[in-house]
Design a protein around this ligand. Structure first.
Ligand code: AP5
Length: 214
């Protein structure tokens, strides 16, 4: 199963990707996670990406595509993959399809999670994660048992730098300008499946399963 999980920041792509990884035994390829790892490791790519990510802009198409191409060539992607946060521009989509076609592969599903902007701001500004195990929480929708602490590791939860409200609003406007046009791109190819992204995490999992089964 070669799948793109599409949607604005905070739509639930990372949350639903975790479900797909377990359900279909395919790896998640999150360009945001890969870039954050590069920033943390202070690689030259990470140093280039850091300031752009902090203000909520998009890292260059060439950098991101190089990362994804290398990842897709790894053996664990041979049975399929879930792309989360990629492609994010029309040139990225064109380049992805060229890379896959050189590998004799193609995208089978583009699932678009549909959520209103004010809900996105609420979700992102309340998102927290554990710096030790990476588990995600939301202060209201998915709170830890003890406020501010990971249920498993008992260490203090952290907020992503780009989840502060001002940066979130910038990410949403970058999405509207540069990423939203991909919906029309995939609609024109007959590949886009729109999934209402409001409801419980389990309800949305169920909607995704129905679409993939259909
Ligand atoms: P990235 O990490 O990809 O961030 P994003 O796309 O902005 O997505 P998020 O991770 O913020 O949201 P999500 O949809 O995964 O939501 P989540 O499941 O966590 O990118 C970060 C940056 O990297 C970009 O700004 C850019 O600079 C750079 N970058 C990355 N890819 C790039 C590319 N291809 N090209 C160029 N630059 C790139 O959910 C959010 C919250 O809501 C959580 O707290 C969760 O618990 C909660 N939640 C989830 N589902 C529900 C639900 N149904 N009900 C209630 N709460 C829910």
């Amino acid at each position: 199963m070669n799948l793109i999980l599409f949607g604005p920041p905070g739509a639930g792509k990372g949350t639903q990707a975790q479900f797909l990884v377990k359900q279909y035994a395919v790896p998640q390829i999150s360009t945001g996670d890969m870039l954050r790892a590069a920033v943390k490791a202070e690689t030259s790519l990470g140093l280039q990406a850091k300031a752009i990510m902090q203000r909520g802009g998009l890292v260059s198409d060439e950098i991101v595509l190089g990362m994804v191409e290398e990842r897709l060539a790894q053996p664990d992607c041979s049975g399929g993959f879930v792309l989360d946060g990629f492609p994010r521009t029309i040139p990225q989509a064109d380049m992805l399809h060229a890379v896959l076609s050189r590998m004799g592969r193609s995208i089978e599903h583009v699932l678009s999670l549909e959520v209103e902007p004010e809900e996105l701001v609420h979700r992102l500004s309340g998102r927290r994660s554990c710096p030790a195990c990476g588990r995600g929480y939301h202060v209201e929708y998915e709170p830890p048992q003890q406020a501010g602490m990971c249920d498993q590791c008992h260490v203090a939860l952290v907020q992503r730098d780009d989840d502060r409200e001002e940066t979130v609003r910038n990410r949403l406007s970058v999405y509207e300008e540069q990423t939203h046009p991909l919906k029309a791109y995939y609609l024109a190819k007959g590949m886009l499946r729109q999934i209402p992204g409001i409801g419980s995490i389990a309800e949305i999992q169920q909607r995704i399963s129905s679409v993939l089964a259909g």
